[in-house]
Design a protein around this ligand. Structure first.
Ligand code: PEP
Ligand code: MG
Length: 547
């Protein structure tokens, strides 16, 4: 038995045999070509076919695993259509007389080297996506079929690395866990593993050291270690631990449903963050008090043009109906470099110079107007709240409010049923937190986005700011900004909530309670644990004050 510590990137524990996965080695034809036009045409045809295939894969994956997963493959599609990538292939085909295969391989290497040199971990992580795209174009060029799932038995898959496209193709029922040599918590493979609920560990040391295929491994994706050839005692302990975990969750569930108030903390609502209608059943199962954040931009991303009023209305209505009177908070469109569709602004598609959140909406009044019309029409049917993202000053909120009032007047004149809605502000920029006093005068509620607030306060880009273990528990500067905004909200008599990833962290429940939060909006899977943590922090405080 041997224990190897690595890094857990997707939670859960599994015990099973190991199966090795290796990438096929391919020899690329590097003889010079005599017909650059033909090579260029071959590349273009293959590139187009691959981009279309990614579009289909994105739709399939969205259907099966939800919008967040589908979106990963939309970004692959964008790489396949990327004009700079095309330019480097063209330069190699015409300038160096390379065949299409060699030109693609070299262009991908060149690009990967540039990405690897960037300071931003988000872009460094995109190297794997680039290889996924290049690999598919190469396969197309040489006429190989895409590799399909070939796990011969239920197993923990061990590999140096695996591409996102390969991972989603694996037979899900046979994939018990992932043990990788390369990767990080923010790589798309790790993101996918979390969405798929597959425990995963990255352990650079372990992969070459694993003795033999088929040998047993205990993999703990939450604590980030593996045990090679676990002995009988370890196996027994694991089985016991797992059954205790299941029992604990069942007990929590019973405590919540038998005595609804048993886990509740008076005055604090626990709601859910979601990105798609497909997440609604999970919200209902979780027993949440409402939807605290619906990221509406996901409605805009998986398509060629802006969704029209009716399309949006049907989604907002379905959310309201599904939640049966509980509040549904819909955030207006929040574009950012990683949540961007080319049609948002064709000139910006290859840059990260994108107007974010409310600024984009105010700069594109027609796009905003359509969304506001759909929102106010849906509000006539239930409890809907509007949330404005990336606010930096009160004037943005008053401008949005003026548009909302204008839209309500228009709908009334047209005789279309509609209703007003509370307008809330996301506190996710340091500017908003510092100017919360003024902003609170224009807002009906605040919701703190700790993901972006952390990112912009600590000058950390990409998801690393969110998941970096060093920042677990929220940086003191972020805590101070959050508390300043919470106090400003309460002085203005409006509720204050938190909807960033930190809200799901049970370790922060005491801090949030102390800060006077009125709402925590968390992932559906975290509702019960957050309720339990809040309740214990609350009981501890009551006991202290009672002593
Ligand atoms: C946040 O920034 O914390 C937030 C909830 O918004 P996003 O969708 O950007 O994670
Ligand atoms: Mg945000």
């Amino acid at each position: 038995m041997q224990v190897i510590q690595g890094r857990g990137v997707s939670g859960g524990t599994v015990l099973g045999p190991v199966f090795f996965f290796e990438h096929e080695k391919r020899t690329i034809d590097r003889r010079p070509s005599s017909d650059p036009d033909a090579e260029w045409a071959r590349f273009q045809e293959a590139g187009r076919a691959v981009a279309e295939a990614y579009g289909r894969l994105a739709s399939e994956v969205t259907e099966e695993l939800g919008q967040d997963a589908g979106l990963l493959f939309r970004s692959h599609q964008m790489i396949a259509l990327d004009s700079e990538f095309e330019k480097s292939v063209r330069a190699a085909v015409y300038g160096k007389r390379q065949r299409a295969e060699a030109a693609v391989e070299d262009a991908a290497r060149l690009y990967a080297a540039v990405l690897q040199k960037t300071e931003d971990p988000y872009f460094r992580e995109r190297t794997q996506d680039l290889y996924d795209v290049a690999e598919r174009i190469l396969r197309k060029l040489v006429g190989e079929q895409p590799r399909t799932a070939d796990l011969p038995f239920p197993a923990i898959l061990a590999a140096d690395s695996i591409l996102p496209g390969e991972l989603v193709r694996l037979e899900r029922t046979r994939l018990l866990g992932l043990l990788l040599k390369e990767g990080s918590p923010t790589s798309h493979v790790a993101v996918l593993a979390r969405i798929m609920g597959i425990p995963a560990v990255i352990a650079p040391e372990s992969v070459p050291r694993i003795p033999a295929e088929g040998e047993s491994v205990l993999l703990d994706g939450s604590r980030g270690f593996i045990v090679l050839n676990p002995d009988e005692e370890t196996r027994q302990k694991e089985v016991l631990r797992r059954s205790e975990e299941i029992e604990r969750e069942a007990a929590l569930r019973r405590r919540f449903s038998e005595n609804g108030s048993g886990l509740r903390v008076p005055g604090i609502r626990v709601e859910c963050n979601i990105s798609s209608l497909q997440d609604l059943p999970a919200v209902l199962r979780s027993g949440a008090d409402g939807i605290g954040l619906f990221r509406s931009e996901f409605l805009y991303l998986d398509r060629e043009d802006f969704p029209d009023e009716e399309t949006q209305l049907s989604v907002y209505r379905a959310l309201i109906e599904g939640m049966e009177g509980k509040p549904v908070t819909i955030r207006t469109l929040d574009p950012s470099p990683d949540k961007f569709a080319p049609y948002f602004d064709p000139e910006l598609r290859d840059t990260d110079d994108v107007s974010r959140g409310i600024r984009y909406s105010l700069e594109h009044p027609e796009v905003f107007r359509t969304q506001l019309r759909a929102l106010h029409r849906a509000a006539a049917e239930g409890n809907l709240r509007i949330l404005l993202p990336m606010v930096t000053e009160a004037a943005e909120v008053s401008a949005a409010r003026a548009m909302s009032e204008q839209v309500l007047r228009e709908l009334k004149e047209e005789g279309i049923p509609s209703a007003g809605a509370e307008i809330g502000v996301m506190i996710e920029t340091p500017a908003a937190a510092l100017d919360a006093e003024e902003i609170a005068k224009e807002a009906d509620f605040f919701s703190c986005g700790t993901n972006d607030l952390t990112r912009f306060t600590l000058a950390k880009s990409g998801e690393d700011a969110v998941r970096d273990p060093e920042d677990a528990g929220l940086h003191p500067a972020v805590r101070a900004l959050l508390q300043a905004a919470a106090s400003a909200a309460h002085r203005a008599g409006i509720p204050f909530g938190v909807c960033g990833e930190s809200a799901s962290d049970p370790g922060l429940a005491g801090f949030f309670l102390e800060s006077g939060v009125d709402e925590l909006s968390v992932s559906p899977g975290a509702v019960l644990t957050v309720r339990e943590a809040l309740r214990s922090a609350f009981d501890a405080r009551e006991n202290e004050t009672g002593d």
